[in-house]
Ligand binder design. Structure first.
Ligand SMILES: Cc1cc2nc3c(=O)[nH]c(=O)nc-3n(C[C@H](O)[C@H](O)[C@H](O)COP(=O)(O)O)c2cc1C
Length: 189
């Protein structure tokens, strides 16, 4: 298998950086995700696929509540990407000094987001390392049309320390995911 070419192809994809939030029993949290994609062509039935790692605190809240909100960021909201993507809500309150309100589903909606969707989980698939959620969009807004922040822009703007954080997080996550995917495959065969 041409793993090099396969991974180069994946790197060609311009992936938007989303903030995925959720809340349950008085707790709220959020993370950064690039595995977020529209999967419906019906204008009045918008649906998305969202893949969340089972080790993340946000996953615990989505599992318990069945709701989540997804937000696109502008290129000048890069600080929010670092805040939500490089620390865990088990240790810090990522919502401290970030304004939010409760959306229609109960998921937190970031006030400063220029584009967001409030979603309810319709179906979920365990894939070993992640849960793949099929979500129904029940509310949302776009206050202005903008080019959303991408993963590449996040990387391009990173300081050496931030790059180091991203690299070690990626290595740890990929190692753990590899074990989980292999275990899942052997259990489902
Ligand atoms: C650029 C980038 C993309 C990411 N994409 C995803 C993703 O698609 N799914 C996911 O579960 N985690 C993703 N992560 C990792 C989580 O955002 C990160 O581990 C977060 O700190 C977990 O927070 P939590 O434990 O508070 O939920 C991504 C992180 C970064 C920096």
């Amino acid at each position: 298998m041409k793993l090099n070419e396969i991974n180069q192809l994946i790197k060609c994809l311009g992936r938007e950086v989303w903030v995925v939030t959720s809340a349950h029993a008085g707790q709220r949290n959020g993370l950064i995700a690039t595995f977020v994609s529209p999967i419906s062509i019906v204008p009045d039935l918008p649906r998305f696929a969202v893949a969340l790692s089972k080790v993340h605190h946000t996953w615990t809240l989505v599992e318990a509540s069945g709701v989540l909100a997804v937000h696109l960021l502008t290129t000048d909201q890069i600080d929010l990407a670092w805040r939500f993507g490089t620390q865990t809500g088990r240790e810090v309150d990522k919502f401290a000094d970030v304004a939010s309100r409760t959306g229609m589903t109960g998921a937190p909606v970031l006030t400063e987001a220029k584009g967001w969707l409030d979603c309810r989980v319709e179906a979920r698939l365990d894939t070993g390392d992640r849960t793949l959620y099929l979500v129904e969009v029940v509310d949302g807004d776009l206050s202005q049309v903008f080019a959303p922040l991408t993963q590449q822009q996040l990387i391009n703007g990173a300081t050496p320390e931030q790059m180091q954080t991203l690299r070690s997080q990626l290595a740890a996550d990929a190692g753990r995911d590899a074990v989980a995917i292999r275990q899942w495959r052997s259990a489902t065969k």
